[in-house]
Design a protein around this ligand. Sequence first.
Ligand SMILES: [Zn+2]
Length: 410
Amino acid sequence: MDKFIYECINCGKQYNASETIYLCPNCSKGNDELNPPKGVLRIVYNFLDIIKKINLFNEIKKNNFLPLLPIEKLDSLPQLKVGNTPIYKIELLNGEKLSFQLYLKDDSQNPTFSFKDRASAIVSAYAKEQGFETIVAASTGNAGSSLAGLCASQGQKAIIMVPESAPIAKLTQILMYGATIIPVKGTYDNAFDLSIKATEEFGWYNRNTAFNPLTIEGKKTVSFEIYTQLGENIPDRVFVPVGDGVIISGVYKGFEDLLNVKIIDKMPIIVAVQSEGSDNLTRNINNENFEVKASNTIADSISVDIPRNFYMAKQFLLKYHGEIITVSDNAILEASTILSKNTGIFAEPAAATAFAGLLSYQNNNKLDRESKNVVLLTGSGLKDLKSVQSVIKMPESIEPSIDNLKKLLS
Ligand SMILES: [Zn+2]
């Protein structure tokens, strides 16, 4: 019997795992460029079987969560240390003691400096087990560099399709890892579509998010870790930056798997934090028809017109009464500054977005005394130095004399 099955999030049809499948063939038929795609699949394990065999969280933890991962062996994973990132308890902000508990989950400590490594690691391991030698992805940034880095460590070939306008700085990391970059004329969507056609034509394995159901399975591991690092407790709230809805779905899926194997009995409140300039997911949650607003935000990794994992994120948020908040670019920049100065963690603007959400909750007294709050920091600030230029001032150089130095310091 297979370890898991695939289930379509739209029609509920199930598919067995013995062959590689991406979207539900029925539901994806009508997909077009103006709407979020339908037919995204989720992975469902035989939870009853797991409960029967393994009734202690320790057993699952000891095996690095393998019973809840869509791969056969831990050895298939990259040697690089993916996940198990630190969680930091922060007591003070701007010199004031916090009345609530604040934890920062720092996922910039992954091998390629972003949360995306969690997905790439599982995809890479699955490809290894199934005999795929080449993995393709469409990406403009973190996902592409993540796949390139992890494939380099596994001796696999990575092909990254990027829109031709992708900035050279972002491509440098990908090229250094030895991946093949294919610039595609047009937008990200054109690169995405070509990568899918190439998957069919050449038999490559495809890592695109909200297309390959395994990416969620990698991302969900962050929830297992949060639960473990809080002493096998769930937090009250987790603040998650939201763009295309994949990371938040991963966070939900992790806690939901723990619910399904009866390790936890309650879902924490997940707070979806979007940038005001790119709020297509949260703004459409209760809309009958999806309405696109062109994105414009400094938080590049969550700047999304059509959220590819819209339907799954929507289902999770509605089912588990998630909360929604949007923050302005100014609030994101301010949060980024506060975070760096108070904690020593320099996060990318998307991650600072989640922190801005927490600050807004704090300012509006929405956090109970002693409640446990986790902010998910998804990537390193070094990946996007340009966006914070407006909040720093580079000082003029001085002549090297002690008098000049005294003058400057006074
Ligand atoms: Zn379907």
